[in-house]
Ligand binder design. Sequence first.
Ligand code: NAP
Length: 345
Amino acid sequence: MEGGPTDSAPLVNRRVVLAARADGRPVTLENFRIEDCPVPELAEGELLVRNRFLSIDPYMRGRMDGARSYAKPVEIGEVMVGGTVGIVVASRNERFAIGDLVQGRLGWQRYAVSDGNGLSRLPELPGVPLSAYLGVLGMPGVTAWYGLNRILEPAAGQTLVVSAASGAVGSVVGQLAKAAGCRVVGIAGGAEKCAIATELYGFDVCIDYKRGHVAADLIAAAPQGIDMLFENVGGALMDAAFAHMNPFGRVAVCGLISGYDGGGTPLNQVRSILVNRLRVQGFIISDHPDVWPEALRDLSARVTAGTLKWRETIAEGIDAAPQALIDLLAGRNVGKQLVRLDPAH
Ligand SMILES: NC(=O)c1ccc[n+]([C@@H]2O[C@H](COP(=O)([O-])OP(=O)(O)OC[C@H]3O[C@@H](n4cnc5c(N)ncnc54)[C@H](OP(=O)(O)O)[C@@H]3O)[C@@H](O)[C@H]2O)c1
């Protein structure tokens, strides 16, 4: 075992728990508490994972509120939820051996005891870093794949608009849509993110919404109108896109991040749904476990061929996780936001 509980010094776990609900207010460091606690002895059937990377995702903001949603909130004093990749360092579970690299939802902590449920061994594609299994080859990648292929049904020559375009989900949506022959227009915050969308990801155009004239920019960027909208933000950006949709357009409502801190995401252009006969579909990727194998086969093939690219922003150490979530919600991440939990990797 790698520094396991049978060593002379007891193994200490550091973890981040929810200290106070954020209910309708921006997240601050006071919402979290960092705790050290001993790693418990393993019971029969359990294994111990040393987490290497933690995924920081917008949905975590919703779990900090007490409001009813599609998933139950994190309780006060509970470890924050989160996707992880790590290595098995002790095992009393016959399905997992020491040294196995595993993916799961083991939360904001360095070590986690698991009974193996919800854990899977990583495929370890040559040349693909471990962190990619939390981004382009993880939940965000599959989200992009599902929303694009199963809801928007891209057709060559049509125009797709995606917001939060340079982020973990948006960047994959745009690249897959380009590969399907679509005209791709991104919307992102700032010149740097827009340059990444066009130069690294190959989008046709990226609109910097912080310049303040998204509606006019969309008309210029999508002269034939918008056939598909992959919505990640909501509010004013969604409204501007709705106003420029084509008849029989499709809208995949993936996220409404502009409203996660409260305040709502008012939509004024509801009329567009009627007059353009739009198909508007919200989705939550955890409802669709059946698509993961097909989506990951496709995404993996593109990653290993070098045709699907990604960027990461990595915060160092478990103590940095709360600030990493605050930064993500403020748009300070460039690409997939992660926390490195094991300095050796
Ligand atoms: N439905 C599902 O199952 C599912 C699964 C995964 C993710 N999602 C959703 O997909 C969206 C993107 O997630 P991600 O993981 O790829 O995150 P991400 O795009 O990598 O990071 C979040 C980005 O959102 C943008 N943002 C934050 N606040 C904003 C605001 N007030 N107005 C405009 N943009 C804002 C920022 O980019 P800019 O600087 O460009 O503004 C920020 O970098 C989120 O809405 C998330 O909730 C949904």
